[in-house]
Design a protein. Structure first.
Lengths: 534, 416
C-alpha cells in the first residue's frame, strides 16, 4: 500500500532531524599562563583586598573584591574569602536613588551574627581591613596613646572587630605564616595604603609610618614571599595618591559654594586647628608652630590648598555659631561635645588621662582651659621645651580657646583638625606617599623577573587628570557612587573591576600570559540603599 | 548620572526564542506549514489569506479552516565565556498558536474572506538565577490579527489567469512581557514590565497570482509593517522604591517588519505540486527599541530608554511539495524544507533573542473523511545553527547558543 511508503519515509526522515547531536562539544580556550603559575593564588592586602566598601565588610561587597575577580580570571577552583555573616561595620548607605553621585547618606550598622568556621583549605584572600605594611610580618608598633602594643595581636583578638580576628583565627599567626601554610604559586601584594591613609582620613592627627621603616619592611615582606617558593610570581601594586580620593576631594567644592553664599563678603577665611610638625622635618617640611591654620574660602576647592574631609560635613553646619548667641546653643553644644570627646581620646593612656565622665561635666570655660593645657602640652612634647616657653610661644601667637568667637571664623574657635587637611598636611601626605612609592619601586626593580608591577599611583593619577575612565561603554569618575563606594575611600564593584583589569594588564605584560579582562559593564553597580525595598 | 542609570537598561525589550528569524511566525496554517509555508504562488487553501490574499479568488463556495500549532522550542546556553561553558537550558514551554480562516465566493471570480492569525510572537523563560538573569529571565510578545480579505480574478484570461487580493490586518491584540533580575542593589531585585496595547492597530497585505498555464503559477505578496503601541506597567520587587516606582507606565513601540514574497508553483502532474518561495523581511526597520515613560521617572532623570537592536534585513527560502495519494481516498501528504536567516547582528545578540540561522524540515498530511470535512496534521523540526556570542556590545553575556524546536499542528477543514 502506498501509504506505508510515506510512513516509512516519515520514519526515516525524523531521525535526521532529531537524533543528530544537538550541538558541538565546546570548551573554553585554554588560559595561556606564560611564565606564571596561577594554580594556587593568595592575596595579601588591606581593606581593598577584603572587598570592604562603603565603610563596611559585607558579602555583596566581598563578592566583587579584586582578588576574587583575579581568582575567577585565573580559573582557580577554590578561592575562599572569609565569610563575614551579615556583614560588619557602619555601612554608608544612600538614602535614595534620586542623585546617587551627590548622595544623601545614612548609616546602617551591620552585625555579623554567627560566623561560619574556617574552611578546611583555609582562606586565600588574606585582605585584612586596616592592615598596615608591618602587619604582614607581624611587626610591633605604638598605638595612638603611645603604648607599645603588638597591634597585630590586637587585631587577632578581635578588639578591632570580628573581621580582623576572623581572617587568621585567634592563634596569633602572622599573615606571613598563614601564607606559607597555603604554599601559593602566585601572590598579589598590595599593602602600604593604610600607612599614610590614616594620616589623611584623620586630618593629620594619626601618625604615618616612617618612610625609612617602610622601605625596610617592604623589602623584607617581599623577600619573605618570594623565598617561600622558588617559582613564586607576584603582582605588586604601589600606593595611589591618597589626597585624590573623594573622601578628601568631595566636600571642598560643596563647602566653598555653601560658605561663600551664606557668609558675609567680609569673611574671606576659615580657621582650622592644626598639628604641630616636628617629626616630619626629615621630609623637608617647614615646621608648623601655629595651633591653627587660616584657610582662604577661595581655596576650599583647590586640592593643593585645603581639603574638607567627608567626615567634616556636619561641622560645616556649625560654622559661625557662638556661645554668645543664645540661638546657637544647640550648635555650640555639638562643638563642645566634639572637643570633650577629643580630649578624652587624646589623653587616654597618659598620666593626665581625662575620663569621659569628667570631660562631660566640664563647663565651657573649663573645657577651653583644658584644651589650652592640652595644646600647650603637645607643643612642649613636639618642640621639647618647658611649660613657660610653650605658654609664651602660644601666647605670642595669639592663642586662646574661646567658644564665644564664631566657630570656624576665628582662630580661637577653630574647626577641628580632624575635619580638614590644610596645605601643610596635604603636602606631607603627598611627600610621604612619594617616599613609600619610591621604596616600592626599588624593591620591585630588585626582583623584576618575578614581579608584575602595577603602578596604581600613575593609573589613578591619570584617571583623576582625565576626570574619568571608560571601559565597555561605562564611564566611571573618581567620585562617590562611580569609581568609589559611598565612603569615598574604597572602590565600588566596578572600581574593583577597573583595578582588576589593570592588574591583569600588568601580569600579561610581565609573564606573557593572556588573561582576559573583565567586562566592566556586566558588573552590578552594588549601590547600598537604605530603604525598604518596594 | 542619567547615563549611568540609563545603562541599567531596565526595560531592555527584545524578542526571544522566535520561530522564524526575529520574532515572526509563519506557522499560521496547519496545511500550508506542512509545505514549509511555500504558498505565495499556490493559494488554493483558504489560509492563503495569510500567505497571499490573491489566492482566495480561486476558491469557490464556503471554505473554513481552523487549527492550532504547538511550538516546543529548546534553547541552551553555554558560558559565560571566556571562563566557562557551563550549560543552562531554557525552561521548556509549549506555545499554542491558533488560527482560523473562512471565505465565501460572492460571485464568479470574487471571493471575500476573514482570517484570524498570530503574525508575530515569542516567549522565553530562563531560571530566575541563571547566569544571564541580569539580562533576561522571561520575555514574551503576543499579537493577533483579524484580516478581512477580498480577492478578484480578472475576467480576461487571454494570457492566463490573474488574481489580485488585499487583506486589511486589524491588530486586536498586542502584549509584551519583559522580566529580568537587577543586581545593582542586591541579589533579589526583579524588574518586570508588562502590558498590552490599548488601541487597535492596522496593516495590510496585498498580493497577486499569475497563472500563465494550468501547471504553472507565479505569485507575489507584500505585507506592511505593523505598529504595536504597548502600554506597559512596571512591577519592581526588592528594589529601592526611590528609584523604582511600582506602577510606572511606559509606552513601548514595536514596529514589525514589512516583507515581500516572490514564488513559483509548478504542478508536473495532476497530483503533485511543487512550490518555491523567496521571502524578504525588512528587519532593518528594527533599529532601536524605545520605552517612553509617561510620568516622571526620578531615578532615570530621562523618560526614555533606548536600546539598540540594529537588525539586518533577512530572507527565507521555502520549498514545499504536496501530493495527493490516490491509493488512499481523501489523503494528501506534504513536505518541505526551508532555510531561514536571522536578523540579529553580532553587536546586539544576547539571551533575550539568541537568534540564529536555521534549517527547517516539515511534514504534513490531510485526510478528508468526506469531501467536505478534512483533518490536517503536520510536524516541523527546526534546527538552528550554533551561534557563538563573543563580540556583542557591552551589556551582553558571551557564550554558545543552541536552539532546536519541534512544532506540531492539528486542524480541521470544512468546505461547502
Amino acid at each position: 500500500m502506498k501509504i506505508s511508503k510515506y510512513l516509512l519515509l516519515a520514519v526515516l526522515f525524523s531521525p535526521l532531524f532529531t537524533s543528530c547531536a544537538d550541538y558541538n562539544e565546546q570548551s573554553v580556550d585554554a588560559l595561556e599562563t606564560g611564565t606564571a603559575d596561577f594554580t594556587k593564588y593568595v592575596a595579601v592586602g588591606n581593606s581593598l583586598a577584603a572587598g570592604f566598601q562603603s565603610n563596611a565588610l559585607y558579602p555583596e561587597g566581598q563578592a566583587y573584591s579584586y582578588p576574587n575577580f583575579l581568582a575567577q580570571t585565573f580559573r582557580v577552583s577554590s578561592f575562599a574569602q572569609p565569610a563575614i555573616g551579615n556583614g560588619y561595620g557602619d555601612r554608608v548607605d544612600i538614602a535614595d536613588l534620586s542623585n546617587p553621585l551627590a548622595p544623601v547618606t545614612t548609616i546602617t550598622s551591620l552585625s555579623p551574627g554567627v560566623l561560619p568556621t574556617q574552611p578546611a583549605g583555609g582562606y586565600q584572600n588574606l585582605g585584612i581591613p586596616g592592615a598596615i605594611l608591618d602587619d604582614y610580618l607581624g611587626g610591633v608598633r605604638s598605638d595612638a596613646g603611645g603604648n607599645t602594643v603588638d597591634t597585630y595581636l590586637q587585631r587577632l583578638t578581635g578588639s578591632n572587630g570580628p573581621a580582623y580576628a576572623y581572617v587568621l583565627g585567634t592563634s596569633g599567626k602572622t599573615i606571613s605564616a598563614y601564607l606559607k601554610e597555603q604554599n601559593p604559586t602566585f601572590v598579589s601584594f598590595w599593602l602600604g595604603n593604610n600607612d599614610i591613609l590614616g594620616y589623611v582620613t584623620s586630618g593629620g592627627l594619626r601618625p604615618f609610618t616612617s618612610p625609612t621603616a617602610f622601605a625596610a619592611s617592604y623589602a623584607s615582606s617581599i623577600s619573605d614571599i618570594l623565598s617561600s617558593n622558588a617559582n613564586m610570581k607576584m603582582a605588586v601594586a604601589n600606593i595611589p595618591g591618597v589626597t585624590s580620593i573623594p573622601f578628601a576631594t568631595y566636600v571642598g567644592p560643596i563647602a566653598k559654594q555653601l560658605l561663600t553664599a551664606s557668609l558675609p563678603a567680609s569673611v574671606t577665611s576659615i580657621y582650622a586647628s592644626a598639628t604641630f610638625y616636628n617629626g616630619v622635618a626629615q621630609l623637608g617640611m617647614a615646621e608648623n608652630k601655629f595651633p591653627y591654620a587660616g584657610i582662604p574660602l577661595a581655596n576650599l576647592d583647590k586640592p593643593d590648598s585645603a581639603m574638607v574631609l567627608i567626615t567634616g560635613q556636619a561641622a560645616l553646619g556649625w560654622i559661625g555659631a557662638s556661645s554668645a548667641v543664645p540661638g546657637d546653643a544647640a550648635k555650640v553644644t555639638a562643638i563642645t561635645n566634639y572637643w570633650k570627646g577629643f580630649i578624652v581620646a587624646a589623653t587616654a593612656g597618659t598620666a593626665n588621662a581625662i575620663p569621659a565622665s569628667v570631660a562631660g561635666a566640664m563647663d565651657n570655660a573649663t573645657l577651653a582651659a583644658t584644651m589650652k593645657q592640652l595644646i600647650t602640652g603637645l607643643y612642649m612634647q613636639t618642640f621639647l621645651v618647658d611649660a613657660p616657653t610653650a605658654s609664651a610661644a602660644l601666647t605670642a601667637r595669639g592663642f586662646d580657646v574661646n567658644f564665644a568667637q564664631p566657630f570656624g571664623l576665628h582662630p580661637h574657635n577653630p574647626i577641628p583638625n580632624q575635619f580638614i587637611l590644610d596645605k601643610n598636611e596635604i603636602s606631607i601626605a603627598k611627600t610621604v606617599t612619594g617616599l613609600f612609592n619610591g621604596a616600592i619601586s626599588q624593591v620591585v626593580a630588585a626582583n623584576t623577573a618575578k614581579i608584575a608591577f602595577v603602578d596604581m599611583n600613575s593609573i589613578f593619577k591619570d584617571i583623576v587628570t582625565a576626570g574619568s575612565v571608560t571601559a565597555n561603554g561605562v564611564t566611571l569618575r573618581p567620585a562617590l557612587g562611580s569609581l568609589f563606594s559611598f565612603d569615598g575611600v574604597h572602590p565600588s564593584n566596578r572600581g574593583h573591576g577597573i583595578l582588576t583589569n589593570e592588574i591583569i594588564k600588568a601580569i600579561n605584560a610581565k609573564f606573557n600570559s593572556n588573561l582576559p579582562p573583565l567586562m566592566i559593564s556586566r558588573i552590578p553597580l552594588g549601590y547600598t540603599v537604605n530603604q525598604n525595598p518596594s | 548620572m542619567r547615563l549611568r542609570l540609563l545603562c541599567l537598561g531596565l526595560f531592555l525589550i527584545t524578542s526571544t526564542q522566535a520561530f522564524a528569524g526575529g520574532f515572526a511566525i509563519f506557522e499560521t496554517s496547519v496545511r500550508v506549514s506542512g509545505m514549509m509555508g511555500a504558498y505565495v504562488a499556490d493559494g488554493r487553501d483558504v489560509s492563503t489569506i495569510f500567505f497571499n490574499p490573491a489566492g482566495l479568488a480561486q476558491l469557490s463556495g464556503f471554505q473554513f479552516q481552523a487549527g492550532a500549532v504547538f511550538i516546543a522550542p529548546n534553547t541552551r546556553f553555554r558560558g559565560p565565556l571566556p571562563h566557562s561553558v557551563d550549560e543552562t537550558v531554557m525552561e521548556s514551554k509549549t506555545f499554542p498558536i491558533p488560527n482560523i480562516y473562512a471565505s465565501y465566493q460572492i460571485a464568479e471570480g470574487l471571493t471575500a474572506g476573514l482570517g484570524v492569525y498570530i503574525p508575530f510572537g515569542l516567549g522565553s523563560k530562563w531560571d530566575r538565577n541563571w547566569v544571564g538573569s541580569g539580562i533576561a529571565t522571561e520575555t514574551g510578545i503576543q499579537t493577533a490579527v483579524v484580516a478581512p480579505t477580498i480577492a478578484y480574478m480578472l475576467p480576461f484570461k487571454e494570457y492566463g489567469e490573474i488574481s489580485i487580493g488585499a487583506s486589511l490586518q486589524i491588530g486586536v491584540l498586542a502584549s509584551a512581557k519583559l522580566e529580568r533580575k537587577v543586581y545593582d542593589f542586591g541579589t533579589d531585585g526583579v524588574s518586570l514590565l508588562e502590558g498590552s496595547s490599548e488601541e487597535i492597530y492596522y496593516g495590510y497585505n496585498v498580493g497577486i497570482i499569475y497563472k500563465p498555464m494550468d501547471k504553472l503559477a507565479i505569485g507575489f505578496s507584500y505585507r506592511s509593517q505593523l505598529e504595536l503601541n504597548i502600554v506597559g506597567e512596571a512591577t519592581f520587587t526588592n528594589l529601592p522604591s526611590s528609584g523604582f516606582i511600582n506602577g510606572a507606565k511606559g509606552d513601548l513601540k514595536i514596529t514589525t517588519p514589512a516583507n515581500w514574497t516572490l514564488g513559483i508553483s509548478v504542478r508536473p502532474t495532476e497530483d503533485l505540486t511543487l512550490n518555491l518561495d523567496y521571502v524578504n523581511w525588512g528587519w532593518s526597520s528594527y533599529d532601536t527599541l524605545k520605552v517612553v515613560f509617561r510620568e516622571e521617572y526620578r531615578t532615570l532623570a530621562v523618560n526614555e530608554i533606548i536600546s539598540p537592536r540594529l537588525y539586518n534585513d533577512t530572507y527565507q527560502l521555502r520549498f514545499g511539495a504536496e501530493y495527493i495519494v490516490r491509493a488512499v481516498n481523501g489523503l494528501t501528504v506534504r513536505g518541505g524544507v526551508g532555510f531561514d536567516n536571522n536578523p540579529v547582528p553580532d553587536e546586539t545578540i544576547d539571551p533575550t533573542l539568541p537568534d540564529t540561522d536555521r534549517i527547517i524540515g516539515a511534514l504534513g498530511a490531510s485526510y478528508y473523511v468526506t469531501p467536505n470535512v478534512g483533518f490536517n496534521l503536520y510536524y516541523t523540526f527546526i534546527r538552528g545553527f550554533e551561534r557563538k556570542s563573543d563580540n556583542s556590545a557591552n551589556n551582553s553575556i558571551h557564550g554558545y547558543f543552541n536552539t532546536h524546536a519541534n512544532i506540531f499542528g492539528a486542524g480541521i477543514s470544512l468546505s461547502f
